[in-house]
Design a protein around this ligand. Structure first.
Ligand code: NAP
Length: 488
């Protein structure tokens, strides 16, 4: 059967959109366009530029498997290097030409076996296939703190860092103790900035090394890619990912106990003052919220220029933050490291599937997707890092690559000309989601009783609730009986 030329639209030129563009090109898809609402690639790494921005996945594991990077300077990659890596890969694989920047897709609807797209500038496009690579954590969550608009100084969200505001000699307040708040406080404290950290819920911190790769080692990696592979032990890392996911799904497992002990010892040994240690002691078990990996937070918060504030925020006033104990913490700058609305995905894009079915209707209860990649009645529409997909704390690059290998197999059934439309059946979707919810209720994110962005509106963890190895095996190839394949 002759191969059909499919027009494929990818939405988003972040890590997973670039991946899709490269893979489509390599597989010989010639009619591909990537719509990117911003003027640059990079997604989360373009939008987050806060001081101390780092990825807590080790550098060499936070790269595409097909494009290792001998040039990482640190064991944990700094945000700027990650952005530069994606820029370089975009150019070296010649996918920049397929990206249409400053072009936001505002609506997509499936009619007459095609996706009809509406762009923000009023123009239109259509495609056989849509790949939504719009990311997970990209809608900042703004807390509702009374008086926020009365603040005299500069106030911004961590994902909208205002670099025009000088910090030297200023009093800076950081709100939030997720990975972001911890990284910012660590950096500002080391830089000698007077920083107050407003922490509503202390979190457990897993110690981690963040050493340098000296130029000599980087040169050796450049000269011998096999040396890089051997040194980084990619298989060993995959095994540790699996062990970690077992800890999440079984808090009594050996690895869970070992990691919990490491967190507790880190706090015990890292914080000398008993009162401060008490203030930094979480009221939940390790893993209950997303575990934070930091080499230096405890050291940072103990410097004389850093100050922990545990009393709840009552309001923001022109001069600073007033806490529940009545104290006014005078500040010049406030940065809200208050996280993201993780339930948005492609929204606010308006998406209508077969017979006009609205995505909002399908997602009325919670975002759902069969295996996180596809939805019934939304034929030929696939997602990378879609709902309930993230596996543990681990590299979303690896997850996206595994998902892509799966999606590619669905696309082949269309490209071969055998079928015009493919989507999971409603039964498959419902069976998958109810098993997922049942398993999610056994994870520590649910049983631990913590609040976190992992939980959906009903308190169900919106995450892959099984082990990494189960993810790998379920994504190996589609179970075709779970799909509706149509020729018209
Ligand atoms: P987050 O984990 O959702 O943490 C938000 C923080 O803000 C929490 O400490 C929360 O306190 C606090 N908060 C929210 N509203 C508040 C209010 N009204 N008053 C006081 N505190 C308030 O957000 P994040 O740190 O930006 O991290 C989000 C995710 O981004 C991470 O889990 C991770 O997936 C990703 N990330 C990754 C890295 C990395 O190194 N790989 C780095 C940064 C971010 P409560 O706990 O009390 O709600």
């Amino acid at each position: 059967m002759a191969k059909t030329t499919l027009r494929v639209v990818v939405i988003g030129a972040g890590m997973s959109g670039i991946l899709a563009a490269i893979k489509l090109q390599q597989a010989g898809y010639t009619d591909v366009i990537v719509y990117e609402k911003a003027d640059r690639i990079g997604g989360t790494w373009r939008e987050n530029t806060y001081p101390g921005l780092t990825c807590d996945v080790p550098s060499h594991h936070y790269t595409y498997s097909f494009e290792r990077n001998p040039d990482w300077t640190r064991h944990l990659p700094p945000g700027g290097e990650i952005q530069a890596y994606f820029e370089r890969v975009t150019d070296s694989y010649h996918v920049r030409e397929s990206i249409r920047f400053n072009t936001e897709v505002v609506a997509a609807s499936y009619r007459d076996q095609r996706w009809h797209l509406e762009l923000a500038d009023g123009s239109r496009d259509s495609a056989d296939v849509v790949i939504a690579a719009t990311g997970v954590l990209h809608h900042p969550s703004w807390p509702e703190i009374p008086g926020m608009d009365t603040f005299r100084g500069a106030l911004f969200h961590s994902a909208r860092w205002d670099h025009s505001v000088p910090l030297a000699g200023k009093r800076v307040g950081i709100v939030g103790m997720g990975s972001t708040g911890v990284q910012i406080v660590s950096e500002l404290s080391a830089a000698g900035v007077a920083v107050s950290h407003f922490v509503r819920t202390p979190q457990w911190i897993m110690p981690v090394e963040n050493g340098y790769f000296p130029e000599q080692e980087r040169a050796a990696f450049r000269a011998d890619p096999e040396l890089l592979n051997r040194t980084m032990d990619f298989e060993g890392y995959a095994a540790s990912v699996d062990a970690y996911t077992q800890a999440l799904t079984n808090p009594d497992s050996e690895v869970a106990i070992a990691m919990s002990t490491a967190c507790r010892e880190n706090l015990q040994q890292g914080v000398h003052d008993a009162t401060l240690r008490e203030q930094l002691t979480p009221d939940h078990e390790p893993f209950c919220k997303r575990l934070i990996f930091s080499p230096d937070y405890y050291q940072a918060i103990q410097r004389p220029n850093a100050h922990l504030v545990r009393s709840d925020i009552r309001c923001i006033e022109p001069g600073g933050i007033r806490t529940g104990d009545g104290c006014l913490h005078e500040l010049d700058v406030i940065a809200l490291a208050t996280g993201f609305r993780a339930d948005q995905f492609m929204r606010p894009m308006r998406i209508h599937g077969r017979d006009g079915l609205d995505l909002e209707t399908l997602w009325a209860k919670r975002p759902v997707a069969y295996l996180a990649v596809a939805m019934p009645d939304f034929p030929n529409f696939f997602m990378l890092n879609g709902p309930n997909g993230p596996v543990g704390n681990f590299s979303l690059i690896e997850i996206a690559e595994i998902q892509w290998r799966y999606i590619e197999q669905l696309l082949e059934r269309l490209r071969s000309g055998e079928y015009r439309a493919i989507s999971p059946t409603r039964d498959a979707m419902e069976a998958f989601d109810s098993e997922r919810v049942a398993a999610a209720k056994k994870t520590i994110w649910y049983t631990g009783g913590c609040q976190s962005w992992y939980l959906d509106a009903e308190g169900i963890p919106a995450s892959w609730p099984w082990s990494f190895s189960k993810f790998v095996s379920m994504m190996r190839e589609p179970e075709w009986r779970h799909y509706q394949l149509t020729t018209e």
